[in-house]
Design a protein around this ligand. Structure first.
Ligand SMILES: O=C(O)c1ccccc1NCC(=O)[C@H](O)[C@H](O)COP(=O)(O)O
Length: 234
């Protein structure tokens, strides 16, 4: 059975109750959205009030979209996150600059629809501390993330085992077990699938999600992925 840690990021928290519930169930990371068009948008001080309830028990992640230095400075000062997630069109050089300026680990979110997207995402591999693969937003959506849509996880089969990524996009209690058993994923991220209305997390959905993750991880440890069996002794 693998003893590797499995990271679970719950994104778009707006209340202490939801944050405490998610962390109580095993969230290793909680994300706060700084994007005014999102139903999950918070101010730095709103995020701080929620984050302080769980600080030290989960990594606090500030999620931003092509934010200016002034915006990032305000978020850093208000929230004091442990990590920054860049969820816009930030270039590798920009990711590097953000890391250098704030001295914090950076998650770079990349939108995936096909193999070429995944290939392009690897340009960030040695620059970002972690890659987060999310689905491309559906047509008409104003949100770069939190859209509740998945991409074809079979694309991930092409990745080298050394690529450390977080899987997101439309994960919920009904499909997260399949996502875990169909991939080599060691970290997942979920948001809208744990809500009863846009921006409103639900304790029952959070519970169902963590229950599904727990049983999928148990099953994966007992029965390794077919590719791991095929690669034995190679
Ligand atoms: O969640 C948002 O509203 C959001 C808005 C703007 C940029 C990023 C956003 N979410 C970032 C996340 O990390 C989400 O958890 C990720 O996109 C998956 O969301 P979902 O498909 O709803 O699980």
């Amino acid at each position: 059975m693998s003893a590797d840690p499995f990271d679970i990021k719950i994104c778009g928290l707006k209340t202490r109750e939801a944050a405490e519930h998610a962390v109580g169930r095993g969230a290793t990371h909680i994300g706060f959205i700084f994007f005014p068009k999102s139903p999950r948008n918070v101010t730095p001080m709103e995020a701080r009030a929620v984050a302080d309830a769980v600080r030290g028990r989960a990594k606090i992640v500030a999620v931003t979209v092509d934010a200016s230095e002034a915006q990032l400075d305000a978020i850093m000062e208000g929230l004091r996150p442990d990590m920054i997630q860049l969820h816009g069109g930030e270039s590798p050089a920009h990711v590097q600059a953000v890391k250098a300026r704030y001295g914090l680990p950076v998650i770079k979110a990349l939108s995936i629809r096909d193999a070429a997207d995944l290939e392009a995402a690897l340009a960030y591999q040695r620059i970002a501390d972690r890659l987060l693969f999310d689905a491309k937003p559906p047509k008409g959506s104003e949100l770069p993330g939190g859209n509740g849509v998945s991409f074809d996880w079979r694309l991930l089969d092409a990745l080298d085992d050394g690529v450390d990524y977080m899987l997101s996009g439309g994960l919920d209690a009904a499909n997260v077990g399949r996502a875990i058993s169909a991939t080599h994923v060691r970290a997942i991220d979920a948001s809208s699938g744990l809500e009863i209305a846009p921006g409103v997390k639900d304790a029952g959905r959070i519970d169902a999600f963590f229950d599904a993750v727990a049983s999928a991880l148990k099953a994966r440890a007992v029965a390794p992925h077919p590719r791991q069996i095929l690669n034995q002794g190679a």
